[in-house]
Design a protein around this ligand. Structure first.
Ligand code: FUB
Length: 355
C-alpha cells in the first residue's frame, strides 16, 4: 500500500473513533457579541435581527450603537450582514438624555416585521421613546418616516419605553407592545407608523400587572429597580415581551425577574390579553438579562435567547443562541434546556450558494 493511502486510512480510522458530531452551533454569531434576538421568517429565509454589544473594555455598562442581521435557510448555516441600522438613523436621538450618550449608546432590543413589501424596524432610543424605521428590503437602508418617537418616552420611566415587540394578527391588525416594568401596547394603523388613538389613554393600553396574568415574583421585589424613580414590581414580568400565536392561542413570552432573568410566558385569547400566566420557559442563564424571540420555521418552533457563552462574555457582552421550543398537547410550553449543539438542520445546504 502506498504511504499516502496508508496515512489517509489512519486519519479515517481516527475520525471514525471520535464521538458522533459535536458541532457547537450555539452561540449563533461567534465573531461579535449579540443580544436581544428578534427572529422573523420571510419567503423561506429566517432573518435574525438583534442588538449588538460592543466589545469594549468598559465594565458594567451596556455599549450598544446599532442593530445587526444574520440569516439562515436551514438553521445551521448562517450568513452575517453586520449592522443594518443604528441610532444615527434617528436624528432626534442626538440629544443627551439622563446621562445617556444619544447616538453612541442605548440601541437596545429591536424587532422587525414585513408588511406589503416594506420592512419596519421598531427600536428603543434610550429614555426618549420607541422609534420606527422603514426600508424596502431587510438589509436597508432604513430611514425614519416620522422623524420623531412613535411612542414617546414615559416621564420619569427610563426603561418604560424599551423592548418593542410587533405582531400582525390573522385579520391584519398590527400590535406593538413594550415596557419595563410595565407592559404597554397600542394597535398600529395599517401604515405601521402611527396608531389608533381612540382606545386606552390616547391609544396606549397598560396591561393589568397581576400575578394571575404575569406570575408571582419570587422572591418578592423589596428594593425596586426602575431608575430614576424606584418602582416595586408585583409580578414576575420584567421586560422583553414577545407576541406569538399558535393554534388560536396568543402567547406573551417575556424576560422575568428578579435578576438574573429567566424566561416566562402567559397566554390569552387576543394579542392584548387578558393574560394568564403559564410558567417558566428557561431558567436563568449566564447573563443577568435574557430576551425571548419565538418563531415558526419549516415545521418547527424555535426559541432564540441570549447568554454570555462566548469567550470574554458577560452580562454586557452577550451572545444569541437558539433551541427548539416544544409545546404540550394543551398548548402549555415545555421548559427549554439550552444546548451547545443547537437545532438540527431543517434543509440541505446548496453547495453552490455562498454563506
Ligand atoms: O439589551 C439591553 C436590554 O437588556 C434589553 O432592552 C433588555 O431586554 C435586556 O436584554
Amino acid at each position: 500500500m502506498k504511504k499516502t493511502h496508508r496515512s489517509a486510512l489512519v486519519l479515517l480510522s481516527i475520525l471514525a473513533s471520535l464521538p458522533a458530531a459535536s458541532f457547537a452551533l450555539n452561540p449563533i454569531i461567534q465573531t461579535m457579541y449579540t443580544a436581544d434576538p428578534a427572529p422573523m421568517v420571510n419567503k423561506g429565509t429566517l432573518y435574525l435581527f438583534s442588538s449588538h454589544d460592543q466589545d469594549v473594555g468598559e465594565k458594567n455598562n451596556f455599549n450598544m450603537k446599532d442593530w445587526v442581521l444574520a440569516t439562515t435557510t436551514d438553521m445551521v448555516n448562517w450568513t452575517q450582514y453586520g449592522a443594518i441600522a443604528s441610532l444615527r438613523d434617528f436624528a432626534w436621538a442626538a440629544k443627551e438624555i439622563s446621562g445617556w450618550d444619544g447616538f453612541d449608546n442605548g440601541a437596545w432590543a429591536p424587532q422587525v416585521i414585513e408588511r406589503d413589501g416594506k420592512w419596519y424596524l421598531y427600536a428603543p432610543v434610550q429614555g426618549r421613546g420607541i422609534g420606527v424605521l422603514v426600508a424596502d428590503n431587510p438589509l436597508g437602508p432604513y430611514t425614519d418616516p416620522i422623524k420623531k418617537p412613535l411612542i414617546a418616552g414615559h416621564a420619569g420611566g427610563l426603561y418604560d419605553s424599551i423592548d418593542p415587540t410587533v405582531y400582525i394578527d390573522d385579520k391584519g391588525q398590527a400590535y406593538l407592545a413594550w415596557g419595563n416594568p410595565n407592559l404597554w401596547s397600542v394597535k398600529l394603523n395599517k401604515d405601521m407608523i402611527s396608531y389608533d388613538t381612540s382606545v386606552g389613554e390616547n391609544g396606549i393600553i397598560r396591561h393589568p400587572m397581576t400575578v394571575k396574568a404575569l406570575g408571582e415574583r419570587n422572591p418578592p421585589d423589596t428594593q425596586g429597580t426602575t431608575l430614576p424613580k424606584p418602582a416595586l414590581r408585583g409580578t414576575s414580568y420584567e421586560e422583553g415581551p414577545w407576541l406569538y400565536k399558535r393554534k388560536n392561542l396568543n402567547y406573551l413570552f417575556f424576560a422575568g425577574g428578579p435578576i438574573p432573568e429567566h424566561l416566562g410566558y402567559s397566554t390569552g385569547p387576543t394579542p392584548e390579553g387578558p393574560w394568564t400566566y403559564g410558567g417558566v420557559v428557561m431558567n436563568p442563564q449566564s447573563a443577568f438579562t435574557n430576551h425571548p424571540g419565538v418563531v415558526d420555521f419549516k415545521g418547527k418552533t424555535y426559541l432564540f435567547y441570549h447568554n454570555a457563552a462566548l469567550p470574554g462574555g458577560d452580562g454586557f457582552k452577550r451572545s444569541v443562541a437558539v433551541d427548539e421550543l416544544k409545546f404540550n398537547p394543551d398548548g402549555s410550553v415545555r421548559t427549554v434546556q439550552p444546548t451547545r449543539e443547537g437545532p438540527a438542520p431543517v434543509a440541505t445546504l446548496d453547495p453552490y450558494q455562498r454563506v
